[in-house]
Design a protein around this ligand. Structure first.
Ligand code: SF4
Length: 107
């Protein structure tokens, strides 16, 4: 089961967008049920950092909500995809004005 960009969950969102809430909820629960089953004993967290909160979404999200600097690692590819589209508006010249912090660049 692939979590990121999951087709079942995308279908759920399509249902919500066309106003079919019941179908959206049904598909969403199907996704959640598959997730529960498959990741019962498997690591679902894609974060590569050595971190004591690895896979503990409740505490990981609370930490990020608390410091408000950035989002958890697993959400970055999704956000970067959307930021990349916006960045095209200025031919990515924002890249001349920014650099990743040391924490990100470490091996
Ligand atoms: S919220 Fe945190 S712990 Fe959960 S999958 Fe994302 S990075 Fe991992």
């Amino acid at each position: 089961m692939i979590i990121d960009g999951n087709e079942l969950e995308k279908a759920a969102m399509e249902a919500f967008h066309r106003g079919d809430r019941m179908e959206g909820l049904k598909l969403q629960e199907e996704f959640a049920s598959q997730f529960r089953e498959e990741y019962q004993d498997k690591d679902h967290c894609p974060c590569q950092k050595a971190c004591r909160y690895h896979g503990n979404c409740k505490e990981c999200v609370a930490i990020h909500r608390a410091h408000q600097e950035h989002v958890p690692n697993c959400m970055r590819p999704m956000l970067n995809k959307k930021i990349k589209l916006l960045s095209e508006l200025t031919e990515h010249t924002i890249s001349n004005e920014i650099s990743a912090p040391k924490e990100i660049l470490r091996k």
